[in-house]
Design a protein around this ligand. Structure first.
Ligand code: E4P
Length: 218
């Protein structure tokens, strides 16, 4: 499973990259706003800065919600850097835009997926990734992981190339569960990724090894 980090924070992206396990980055307009990035030129500069830190795919979201606007923004984003994947919302014009981008060889991430039918539609339009938001489904007492399972079955039935990018991952167990189900990618916060490191028996075992080493090397 590929690991993407879900942030526009350059420090956190660098930290995940330095760990040697990072395959890409996802951003969204809320994450950009959280970092205080505003204005077209600054946003484009920031995407470029992210691409220079990581080797993998960087999802950059269009703001327009009409077909022509999405095409214009998406083409500019794709021209910015070869690592950019154009993030398009799951709306009618978004599906049309994904088909256009797919025909032109521009990679896309269809965002705000909350049902397997939406994922199927995006795959048929040629999306590179679909992003089911598991955390936001959990927030409204609906099983987000179940959606990943359903999409996995559908994509496997028809051998769609579209990759399942489990998004809105909130914690470490989400990552493990996504890997068990067979998500192709997960995107989550640095805290959830670093949570995978933790086990009290690792800590106590290491402390014991070091204490024994110190005793016998006095
Ligand atoms: C996905 O690409 C989104 O940026 C993100 O995962 C949304 O996560 P949230 O529900 O924690 O905001």
């Amino acid at each position: 499973m590929k690991f993407f980090i879900d942030t526009a924070n350059l420090q956190q992206i660098k930290e995940a990259q330095d760990l040697g396990i990072l395959d890409g980055v996802t951003t969204n307009p809320s994450l950009m706003a959280k970092e205080g990035i505003s204005g077209y030129d600054n946003v484009m500069k920031h995407y470029k800065a992210i691409c220079e830190i990581v080797d993998g795919d960087v999802s950059a979201e269009v703001i327009a919600t009409d077909y022509d606007g999405m095409i214009k923004e998406g083409e500019a984003l794709a021209d910015l850097h070869e690592q950019i994947v154009v993030k398009v919302p799951m709306i009618k014009d978004g599906v049309k835009a994904i088909k256009y981008f797919s025909d032109k060889g521009i990679r896309t991430n269809c965002t705000l997926i909350f049902s397997s039918g939406q994922a199927l539609l995006a795959a048929k339009a040629g999306a590179t990734y679909v992003s089911p938001f598991i955390g936001r489904l959990d927030d409204i007492s609906t099983d987000g992981l179940r959606l990943i399972e359903d999409i996995r079955i559908i994509f496997d039935n028809y051998a769609y190339d579209t990759q399942i990018l489990a998004a809105s991952v909130r914690h470490t167990m989400h990552i493990i569960n996504c890997a068990e189900i067979g998500a192709n990618v997960m995107t989550g916060p640095l805290s959830a990724i670093l949570g995978l490191l933790k086990h009290p028996l690792t800590d106590s075992g290491l402390a014991q090894f070091l204490a024994d080493h110190a005793k016998s090397n006095k």
